[in-house]
Ligand binder design. Sequence first.
Ligand code: HEM
Length: 245
Amino acid sequence: MRYAWHASGTYDRHTRTGGSNGGTMRFETERADPENAGFSKAHALAVKALFPALSMADIIILAGHVAIEHTGGPAVPFSYGRRDFGGCAASASMAEKESPTIDAMRGTFDRLGFDDKETVALIVLGHQYGRCHGDASGFEGAWREGLGYPSAYTHGVARGGYRLSPGVLAARNQRQYEMDFGGGEPFMMLVSDMCLWYDEEYRRHLLHYDSHRSEFRRDAALAWKKLTELGCAGTLVPERETKAA
Ligand code: HEM
């Protein structure tokens, strides 16, 4: 899912460049971006031979859709037709920062064309899956599916149930937080996750979603679809239409 997010997150609405069309994450040039560290593992799993009719660009995105639905998240209608370009500009970069300020975060999502509410839906959707890896981002710790979407954030943070992760990254001057929900590893929080609570606007949407779960599921699905189709205008065909035809 993170692979699909970073493949899409290069989009720039001002220049209308980037996005998942092109499948440029296939190239070492793009995977070498420090923000994409660790994606060679994900790339090795995206097996084109099993899906000859799809481009790698489509497979990367479809994997994200399937991961969300398979783990009890919303079903996102898939559209295919992305092409695999023959090369990749050296400048293709996610420009996602590991310890962003609120302004930098807002700037990233504005470049992509998302407002604050969509930003909250996307980050809360994404940061309940998988984990951080010391050898990729320098952060260590797990998220957990099935904690009830936004409630992991609002209940934990609002009740002051979070703490600075003891000593993990002191040497690199990177902060990360964690919360206990019982059973297993603590639930980790990156600075970007904490920003959803620190910033008044983000917090308003977080609290709203916590008491409107179906709206959260609907908005998260719409935002994920929008994200993964950035830069693909005119190239995509909805899966359902093909089935009906
Ligand atoms: C400002 C925004 C964001 C920041 C700064 C951020 C940062 C990070 C970092 C540092 C990691 C750890 C990577 C590693 O160590 O392997 C991570 C993991 C992850 N992120 Fe984000 N992220 C952001 C937004 C998103 C969004 C919008 C999504 C999806 C909708 C997402 C989905 C994920 C997933 C699924 C993982 C776990 C990957 C794995 O288990 O290998 N993130 N993120």
